[in-house]
Design a binder for this molecule. Structure first.
Ligand SMILES: [Zn+2]
Length: 147
């Protein structure tokens, strides 16, 4: 167990890579930091960041997708926790899940007993809805396939 010497941070690490400005940075899709508990993190210019793959992984199988330090994933859950529910997030915002319901524009739906209207389809999973004056993101899982 040792302190990170390269970046002079106070995290305990096995290895870390830094770029010229002294921030953690991943090269060739390798983790920028491997912590002494074997948590691995991919970074770009000091921020947790990896495109289309998890940017943070834990030995127990937990995985998080991040872009610029924000939980974000278009085509699947941004957080996968073994033994508990996945989180779906876009740009750091966590979505409600709507199971097995086909969503289309202007459809009126109920989320936890609250009435909402579908206002925009973002992609095959993601929709924007309106609750009162507030826009929220939801995920319809009926079209989402694992893998
Ligand atoms: Zn470091």
């Amino acid at each position: 167990m040792k302190l990170c010497i390269k970046c002079r941070s106070k995290h305990y690490i096995i290895s870390c890579t830094v770029y010229e400005k002294g921030e953690h940075h991943s090269y060739n899709d390798k983790p920028a930091i491997i912590y002494d508990d074997f948590v691995k993190m991919w970074c770009s210019n000091g921020k947790a960041h990896r495109e289309n793959k998890p940017a943070k992984t834990w030995p127990d199988g937990t995985r998080e997708w991040l872009l610029n330090n924000e939980l974000h994933r278009n085509d699947g859950p941004a957080c996968q926790y073994p033994g508990s529910a996945d989180w779906w997030c876009l740009k750091g915002e966590r979505a409600e899940l709507i199971l097995k319901e086909n969503l289309y524009l202007k459809k009126v739906i109920q989320i936890k007993g609250i009435t909402a209207i579908v206002i925009e389809k973002i992609n095959d999973c993601w929709y924007e809805i309106l609750i009162g004056d507030e826009k929220k993101l939801v995920v319809s899982l009926d079209k989402y396939k694992e893998g």
